[in-house]
Design a protein around this ligand. Structure first.
Ligand code: GLU
Length: 464
């Protein structure tokens, strides 16, 4: 079987990480099986759909490296196709016009509720052999309803939830077209899944209730239902449904906060799927390991600390030149001109070990691109003890004759410390302060390398 999966988001507003996880699993399943992955935009809800949300989805997927084989296919561009299928179904007696008005439907519902029955359409306009339908009211545009099978049940073997059986008595005749002829949501999904030859529908379990209806329509159309895998939802760190209102961040927010796409992808992969106890793995490993059997059965919970930890892991393990490229936009945002001053790759190499995000690296790099601090006499007397000045003078000389590398600078320090009977902090702290007007810097020997010999000598010379 040639595997074909799809991600079918409704571009209605806010796209959080949980939404993108729904893209990741069908993507990984297609890639694992050398199949096709299709992006379908379910934009028939014109009022709530927006191009902005479509852009966020497409950019987010591209950023995370989820490549698409077909699409984006917009449902709004397939309306003629849906109308065609509705017509075929009417012609074949699989669907029928229903002229029940809104008021009649409400009345029916009230009566059923009063009798403690589940509200459902009563099949008044459903044609049956030997049945006489009511006279067609004038000037009423009908809805089109699907003739759901009567009796029996719909059974499917959900790849996550196991066997599910829903009695057809639970399902009334679904409206597949509105009075103005526009097709409805569940119907479009079925036509698309059939036309697009989708073999596996991997989607959020908020759609479980739609599945029996979709299977019935699909079978009526002569199609073979795909395999369904309904994913448990992703909850936020407080155990609530993820939403913008309770603080969920969009993919773009994570990008702007200095997360690496590889870290997000790894994180999302584990949000409802596992492979032994593997926590940090490459995209390639994920794809080669991915299977539907290892999908979790209970809701996954978003854990921001774990995501930050993963981002830290990825920052450590990413090639430093690549990391520097990824950090540059953040540095530029902070007004740092990375083209002037120390080599940015070296700066990043120095800062990455302690950083959890690219923003932290960019923030840390500021130190190396600011002009030499202008120290006041008070600052100097407070931070550069008089007694250390001779040692600084010797250090300048030692640096002058050192090779510009960490080992030589370290040796220069050692030699000066020994001569002046000082401990490292007694010299390193005033030197840091003299260079940057702060004592918070990475290891001093590395800092000297990155700042550059001439600049170091210039800055220190002002102190002696
Ligand atoms: N458009 C639906 C959603 O965004 C998904 C439908 C489906 O995957 O079948 O929730």
């Amino acid at each position: 079987m040639h595997i074909r999966t799809r991600f079918a988001p409704s571009p209605t507003g806010f796209i959080h990480l949980g939404n993108l996880r729904s893209a990741l699993y069908p993507w990984a399943f297609a890639r694992h099986n050398k199949g096709d992955f299709i992006l379908r935009i379910e934009d028939t809800d014109l009022e709530r759909s927006s191009q902005e949300a479509v852009d966020v989805i497409i950019e987010g997927m591209a950023w995370l490296g989820m490549d698409i084989d077909e699409g984006p296919i917009y449902q709004m561009q397939r309306i003629d196709r849906y109308r065609e299928v509705i017509k075929q179904m009417l012609d074949a007696g699989l669907a029928y016009p229903c002229y029940m008005s809104e008021d009649e439907l409400n009345l029916l519902r009230d009566q059923q509720m009063a009798k403690k029955e589940k509200p459902r359409y009563n099949g008044l306009w459903r044609p049956e052999p030997g049945k006489t339908l009511p006279p067609i009211p004038k000037g009423v545009q009908p809805v089109i309803r699907f003739k759901n099978p009567i009796g029996g049940s719909v059974i499917w073997n959900d790849a996550v939830k196991g066997q599910i059986e829903i009695s057809n008595n639970e399902l009334d005749d679904l409206i597949i077209a509105r009075p103005d002829g526009t097709p409805t949501y569940n119907f479009c999904v079925v036509v698309d899944d059939l036309d697009m030859k989708i073999t596996h529908v991997i989607r959020g379990d908020d759609h479980v209730n739609n599945t029996p209806r979709q299977i019935n329509i699909m079978k009526a159309l002569g199609g073979t239902p795909p395999i369904y895998a309904h994913l448990p939802t992703v909850l936020n760190d407080a155990g609530e449904k993820m939403s913008k209102r309770n603080g969920a961040m969009s993919v773009r927010d994570y990008q702007r906060a200095g997360y690496l796409p590889e870290a997000i992808l790894n994180y999302l992969a584990r949000l409802g799927w596992s492979h032994g106890d593997a926590e940090v793995f490459t995209k390639e490993q994920f794809v080669s390991w991915f299977d539907l059997e290892s999908l979790g059965r209970s809701p996954a919970q978003h854990n921001p600390e774990k995501l930050l930890w993963l981002n830290h892991q990825y920052i450590q393990n990413t090639d430093v030149a690549k990391l520097a490229e990824a950090t540059k936009p953040f540095a530029h945002e902070l007004g740092i001109n990375t083209e002037h001053g120390p080599d940015f790759v070296q700066v990043v190499g120095l800062l990455k070990d302690r950083a959890n995000t690219l923003i932290e690296i960019a923030e840390g790099s500021k130190l190396f691109y600011l002009p030499a601090p202008q120290l006041t006499a008070d600052q100097i007397s407070e931070n550069i003890p008089e007694a250390v000045v001779p040692a600084i003078r010797d250090l300048i000389e030692a640096i002058k004759s050192s090779e510009p590398n960490k080992e030589s600078y370290s040796a220069a320090f050692k030699q000066v410390l020994a001569k002046h009977q000082l401990k490292m902090p007694a010299l390193a702290m005033p030197v840091r302060y003299g260079l940057f007007a702060t004592t918070q810097t990475p290891a001093i020997d590395s800092v000297l390398v990155v700042l550059g010999k001439d600049e170091v000598i210039n800055r220190l010379s002002r102190l002696v």
